[in-house]
Design a protein around this ligand. Sequence first.
Ligand code: 4AD
Ligand code: MG
Length: 465
Amino acid sequence: MDYKTRTRIARIIVEDKVEVNSDITVLGLVRSIRRSKEVAFVDINDGSCMKNLQAVFSEPDKYPALERILTGASVRIKGKLVPSQGKGQKYELAAESIDLVGEADAAYPLQKKRHSFEFLRDIAHLRPRTNTFGAVNRIRSKLSYAIHKYYQERGFYYIQTPLITTSDAEGAGELFRVSTLDLENLPIKDGQVDWGSDFFGDQAFLAVSGQLEGEALAIALGDIYTFGPTFRAENSNTSRHASEFWMIEPEMAWAEQEDNWDLAEDFLKYLFRYALEDCADEMEFFGQWIDKEVRQTLESVIRADFERISYTEAIKILEASGEKFEYPVKWGVNLQSEHERYITEKALKKPAIVYDYPEEIKAFYMYVNDDGKTVRGMDVLVPRVGEIIGGSQREHRLDILMERIKKMNPDNMDSYAWYLDLRRWGTLPHAGFGLGFDRAIMYITGMANIRDIATFPRVPGWAKF
Ligand code: 4AD
Ligand code: MG
């Protein structure tokens, strides 16, 4: 009964669609309560937007429920919407009744004060009620919509790739096994675990990426994208690595590496612009409380061209820097986070698209350049977060792809047989990339740790809730 008759606070404050003097019912959680003999103020938040609505009770003694209401309680308040007497808000609710729906006592952990993010991680089931995590979760939702809008408007089909798979899409071996075998009583055949008797009749894993299946669909449908969870058993305890995260993977048929760069840059700028324009209240909050510069940074990034430099040029910049890096730099090494940050934060002071990496350090599926030494991989690097996108033009020539797999992932030859078929019949040039959704949200909000971006983060040693 309440659900249909309630007025959402966003409708009042953000959309400004409710007329003054309307009789309304507002439902939500109490953020704070102040009272004197003559008047009581109850700030209520229903999560529909950043802002609270203030309910004002004159003659508070007439409302016995007020006595039992503390921060965190859920309440139903009826009254008239009126122009606010106080500053900082346009409207307030001249309350006529209040019901206590769900009590909160003094042990409620979210009392009105600033809590550390570390403390809030332990109560990830309650932290969405705070301003910061409310804003993070609303931005996640709005940007998810923006992602679909971006691709749908450009003729890309949204496809769903499997989460359980027998293929290691990155060939990096960072896989979580999916098995129903009894760990204490493993079936052994010829001295080895008999995976043939496992649930799927083969070894199976959680997908690290939907790319390989995405390529099969791109060849069939033209342009596609995925948007789903991926899993990595990578033991990296950093502020930017999660064991479960969401990724957007577009894949374009008939495309080569420059098409990939163009799409990556245009897509990121679209998301940044969307955040600034369509999530203005949240972005104002992040600018005020999390990172003062965050909005100016996004604005300047939207205006600038991303710097496009080859891996070889990136190495030259690092070698000429005179910096003492923890991981020494020379042609052939993987770029570490300290290198990525130097390039974007100090050398270029803007995002960079780095391409043409040494073939030894990139995945088996990347297109091999004529020099035989480099592949058409690309990483998009941004200040503070480092790598936000990884992608490549794909190797579509059967013989070269087979050689690469033989060299880099010989044990997986059988599980890639179907992938090779894509090159055997109707092969064509194609390219794509993966944007880490959680890293994109980190960059956009200025939040420093991926544990505070994922709704319920999964990282080494932690899968609580
Ligand atoms: O660079 P990655 O590993 O590329 C792929 O998975 C390709 N299959 C994508 C493709 O070409 N279709 O991952 C892509 C992005 C990274 O740039 C990063 O933003 C994010 O996914 N990412 C992670 N985010 C959080 N935690 C982790 N452990 C991540 N690993 C990668
Ligand atoms: Mg990568």
